[in-house]
Design a binder for this molecule. Structure first.
Ligand SMILES: O=C(O)c1cc(=O)[nH]c(=O)n1[C@@H]1O[C@H](COP(=O)(O)O)[C@@H](O)[C@H]1O
Length: 236
């Protein structure tokens, strides 16, 4: 795996045509993320387009519902032939277990590789202040993120999504086999925007991330190809 394979670029665009244009502009990207904006606007056909081009797919729909509903959604998502699927750890143990087992059964019945179900620990747009004062969570932020990752692991999930600021601690506690995906990644030359807990790509990887999700620093750059190459250079 080359260093560029650990960068996941989100297709955060409002239409399939714009998504295809981005995929074609950046042929060196091997791992794409399909999230809520594109999936809600354009449906699942982008997943076939990515599969046909032999790209890896992170289907980031951040499921959050009761166990029965979440299990059905995960079973359906597993039939798209994607690599990663997200669910909120706040679904709780029963929901996470149902989701994992439904996804596994569904992929196996379809003769497809089982995707990795990964849990959102705490969105990277949430600060310590809003965790305490808006969400009223009485734990320190790193402690909360670790707790959610351990809950996901105890529920049989393959990994978690966390900010790079917590990844070292999660890696140490969850071990090397647990997949850790980090958004909230910002090169020094990029704008932070709505992200609150950020780190540079090199620091995030060094701290223990398996994959980095890097969107606007690449996709909103004047020259996305140069921005992607620059991040790869910084990583190697
Ligand atoms: O699940 C995610 O990928 C995700 C989780 C999270 O906590 N924070 C977060 O930013 N993301 C996603 O990662 C991407 C970050 O994009 P940029 O902020 O443009 O780099 C977006 O597509 C978000 O939906």
């Amino acid at each position: 795996m080359s260093v560029s394979d650990c960068i996941i670029v989100p297709l955060d665009v409002p239409s399939e045509l714009e998504a295809i244009a981005l995929i074609e502009k950046l042929p060196q990207v091997t791992f794409w993320k399909v999230g809520l904006e594109l999936f809600v606007s354009s449906g699942p056909s982008i997943l076939k387009i990515l599969n046909d081009r032999q790209k890896r797919i992170f289907l980031d729909l951040k499921f959050h519902d009761i166990p029965n509903t979440i299990a059905g959604a995960c079973a359906a998502a597993a039939r798209y032939g994607v690599d990663l699927i997200t669910i909120h750890a706040t679904c709780g143990k029963e929901g996470l277990q149902h989701a994992q087992s439904a996804m596994q059964t569904s992929a196996e019945q379809a003769g497809l590789p089982v995707p990795k179900l990964i849990a959102i620990t705490l969105l990277t747009s949430i600060s310590s202040r809003s965790l305490a004062f808006e969400l009223k969570i009485p734990l320190e932020l790193p402690e909360y993120a670790l707790h959610m990752a351990l809950l996901a692991q105890a529920s049989g999930l393959s990994g978690a999504v966390c900010s790079p600021q917590e990844v070292a601690q999660l890696r140490q506690s969850c071990g090397d086999d647990f997949t850790l995906v980090c958004p909230g990644v910002r090169p020094t030359w990029a704008e932070v925007g709505d992200q609150k807990r950020v780190m540079t790509p090199a620091a995030a990887l060094k701290a223990g991330a398996n994959y980095l999700v890097v969107g606007r620093p690449i996709t909103a750059a004047d020259d996305p190809v140069r921005a992607f190459d620059r991040i790869c250079e910084e990583l190697s």
